[in-house]
Design a protein around this ligand. Structure first.
Ligand code: 5GP
Ligand code: MG
Length: 183
């Protein structure tokens, strides 16, 4: 697996520091909203956000709820989105809930906007978007996102939850792959 790495884009220590800062910021915004405890629902888009989610919420020592959904947009070896499809159903209502939608990376923005639309129909108190990575391309920059971990160039990355053909999610760093590893 390590032989296939081209270069480390963001190392584990840098990720850890940034994820902690993001959690503190979300916590602070929850306090500033004036709403009491127990009103935060995090909707995580699996599978890519799995590691991010588990690291993030362990820096949030207050009452919150999780909702996991799976959206596949890059099936198999596809390296561009084939259009997002959601698996798993949404609660009927988010009334009174401050919803934070969590994703690994903003690329075309289609996944997040689709999920945002579904949440919007369910009467939440607020919706905020949190993505670990955002590609510096117009489609991704156009998404209104309150929390973004790192802005990256338009290249295909894996690790820290992000996959290629299902592999590399367990790499602790965010890396690019050698050309011969992605075919
Ligand atoms: P969007 O709907 O914004 O185009 O796509 C978001 C999803 O596509 C992400 O949740 C992620 O699963 C996948 N994706 C987009 N860019 C990359 C990338 O550079 N590497 C990997 N591994 N997945 C990506
Ligand atoms: Mg994903």
């Amino acid at each position: 697996m390590r032989n296939n790495i081209e270069r480390v884009l963001i190392d584990r220590a840098t990720i850890a520091k940034r994820v902690e800062a993001m959690a503190l910021q979300i916590a602070e915004d929850m306090r500033a909203s004036g709403d009491p405890d127990r009103q935060l629902t995090i909707i995580a888009i699996l599978t890519g956000s799995l590691i991010f989610l588990s690291d993030l919420i362990r820096h949030m020592p207050f009452m919150l709820r999780l909702k996991l959904i799976t959206v596949s947009s890059y099936p198999g070896k596809a390296m561009s989105t084939q259009g997002p499809r959601i698996e798993g159903n949404m609660p009927e209502s988010f009334a009174g809930q401050h919803v934070v939608i969590l994703d690994d990376i903003l690329d075309s923005g289609k996944t997040i906007e689709m999920v945002r639309g579904l949440v919007q129909q369910r009467d939440p108190a607020s919706i905020r978007i949190c993505a670990l990575l955002r590609k510096q391309i117009p489609s991704a920059m156009a998404v209104k996102a309150e929390y973004v971990g790192f802005e990256i160039a338009d290249e295909f990355v894996v690790g820290y939850g992000l996959d290629y053909d299902g592999y590399y999610r367990n790499l602790p760093d965010i890396v690019t792959l050698k050309a011969e590893a992605i075919r």
